[in-house]
Write a protein that binds this ligand. Structure first.
Ligand SMILES: NC(=O)c1ccc[n+]([C@@H]2O[C@H](COP(=O)([O-])OP(=O)(O)OC[C@H]3O[C@@H](n4cnc5c(N)ncnc54)[C@H](O)[C@@H]3O)[C@@H](O)[C@H]2O)c1
Length: 269
């Protein structure tokens, strides 16, 4: 382990990490650059998973792709089994898989509700449960990082159900941090702001150039987050430097939340 590779010798598993423009890819690549071997999970086509494996391997680390639906407890168990058989016990679990459907509360249909709750909340519970059981059994501590969102704290039009799941992830993360502290396992959650990934292709607020400019204007650092900005936060939380950090929420949002009133008040340069 060196300063450049603080995660050397560790094994990480990242859910929802196969897509080219996704946050999960950014997390996987930063973890690999930090020295970790990485298991990549997704329900996306195997070809995208294979691409992520090649990218991690090109960084000199070991990698495996596991196609598994995080809503299915049996598939989740198999996902951990496959990752462990290929790479060894998982030291760092990153719960990143997530979905959004934009609907006003008046329009929310049961199918969309079940999908968002299923992936974002039930999936997180199933995966964190499996990770926690295995880490406790092994008795060597561990790191769990849950990808939440600024919308855990910042209400937004047509994102009530999504926001509710992300807010619930705060409770899950905090309770888990308490439960797992005696076992040397830290649990934290990270709140990305706007990342230009596939999840936002269906966002009604990012359709036109003018929409995108409005969003940029509301972000004090005036750019979307890069997936690797989120990866850097995860890598820190997974490292020994964050040994004393548990139950924390780390926003990586270019100031989106603190800047939410900038449309009604000029911020002096
Ligand atoms: N992009 C943003 O602006 C933004 C902002 C805040 C938080 N987030 C969160 O970041 C995480 C990653 O999202 P992203 O922006 O990279 O979008 P994305 O759509 O690229 O990534 C989500 C990934 O989850 C996978 N997935 C969906 N359902 C799954 C399931 N049942 N089992 C396993 N994998 C599944 C998808 O195939 C996809 O690869 C999500 O939790 C999202 O809520 C995104």
């Amino acid at each position: 382990m060196t300063q450049e590779t603080p995660l050397a010798g560790r094994v990480a598993l990242v859910t929802g990490a196969a897509r080219r423009r996704g946050i999960g890819r950014g997390i996987a690549l930063v973890l690999a650059r930090s020295g970790a071997d990485v298991a990549v999970n997704d329900v996306a086509e195997d070809e995208q998973g294979a691409e992520r494996v090649r990218e991690v391997e090109a960084l000199g680390r070991r990698a495996v792709f596991v196609n598994a639906d995080v809503r299915d407890p049996e598939a989740v168990r198999r996902m951990f089994d496959t990752a462990e058989e290929a790479l060894g016990p998982v030291d760092v679990f990153v719960n990143n898989a997530g979905v959004c459907v934009w609907q006003n509360v008046r329009e929310v249909d049961r199918e969309a509700f079940d999908l968002i709750m299923g992936v974002n909340l039930a999936g997180a519970l199933l995966c964190c449960r499996e990770a926690a059981q295995r880490m406790v059994r092994r008795g060597r501590g561990g790191r769990i990082v849950i990808i939440s969102s600024v919308h855990a704290q910042m209400p937004f039009p047509r994102m009530a159900v999504y926001g509710a799941t992300k807010n619930a992830l705060r409770a899950l993360s905090d309770h888990l941090a308490l439960e797992l502290a005696p076992h040397g396992i830290t649990v934290n959650h990270v709140g990305p702001g706007w990342v230009d990934s596939d999840i936002n292709l269906a966002s009604p607020d990012l359709r036109t150039q003018a929409d995108r400019q409005r969003t940029l204007d509301a972000i004090p650092l005036h750019r979307p987050a890069e997936p690797e900005d989120i990866g850097a936060a995860v890598s820190f939380l997974a490292s020994d430097a964050a040994a004393y950090v548990t139950g924390a929420f780390l926003r990586v949002d270019g100031g989106f939340v603190v800047g939410k009133y900038t449309r009604i008040a000029e911020v002096a340069p």
